[in-house]
Ligand binder design. Structure first.
Ligand code: ADP
Length: 207
């Protein structure tokens, strides 16, 4: 099922997702009707799982354990935050969602896309965002932006540069297969330029 007000943001590390999601939330939030959230995480329990995923050694999880942790967090997030918010007619802006799992664990990891699809079908069925902004940025630039002082959540950032280059290419492939839903945004432009591009799309497609 598609909820018009469920919008996700995707892209590599440091591409500008959280910057833009906050700016969009401000624009929409005339009557505090926006839920701004992220994956992995978003609820108290899912944030606990997040810590297990985004901290520590790059190779700390087997691919299947990592996949199950991601979907465990996602299930809690959907049931306890995303769906209740949408049902009370709020906008839900989410920093990463299932596309990230297809790209990071599937196209760039060791998990088969078939397995991800099966678990997705069991856990979340046909629930999808109506629109996804893919912020596209050279990973060398994104990683430099992302490694700011105080950022401890570096497990994915610390993966090899070739992994991040593959992430970049995989997102483009995923976008080409989902042209109706995924909107490509040039992350090398200024913050304000991108903010306006995103707002234009929202006005055309949703408002
Ligand atoms: P992400 O959420 O995708 O990891 P962030 O939004 O946290 O990325 O951005 C990472 C860093 O890059 C932040 O310091 C942010 O201020 C900066 N940044 C975001 N968008 C741009 C942009 N278009 N141009 C230059 N710097 C940017």
């Amino acid at each position: 099922m598609k909820y018009k007000k469920f919008i996700t943001f995707e892209g590599g590390e440091g591409s500008g997702k959280s910057t833009q999601i906050k700016l969009l939330a401000k624009k929409i939030d005339i009557s505090r009707n926006v839920c701004l959230t992220r994956e992995p995480g978003g609820t108290e329990s899912a944030e606990e799982i997040r810590k297990l995923l985004v901290r520590g050694k790059v190779d700390k999880w087997s691919s299947i354990s990592e996949l199950l942790l991601l979907f465990a967090a996602r299930k809690d997030h959907i049931d306890n935050l995303i769906l209740p918010s949408l049902k009370s007619n709020k906008w839900v802006l989410c920093d990463r969602f299932v596309d990230s799992t297809y790209v990071y664990q599937g196209m760039c990891g060791k998990t088969s896309l078939e397995l991800i699809k099966k678990i997705e079908t069991i856990i979340i069925g046909k629930f999808k965002p109506s629109l996804t902004f893919l912020i596209n940025l050279d990973p060398e630039i994104g990683l430099k932006r992302s490694r700011r002082p105080g950022n401890k959540d570096l497990r994915y950032e610390n993966m090899d540069i070739n992994f991040h280059k593959k992430v970049y290419r995989s997102y483009l492939k995923l976008a080409s297969l989902n042209k109706q839903r995924i909107v490509l945004i040039d992350g090398s432009k200024s913050i304000t330029y991108i903010e306006n591009q995103i707002w234009k799309k929202i006005k055309n497609k949703i408002l």
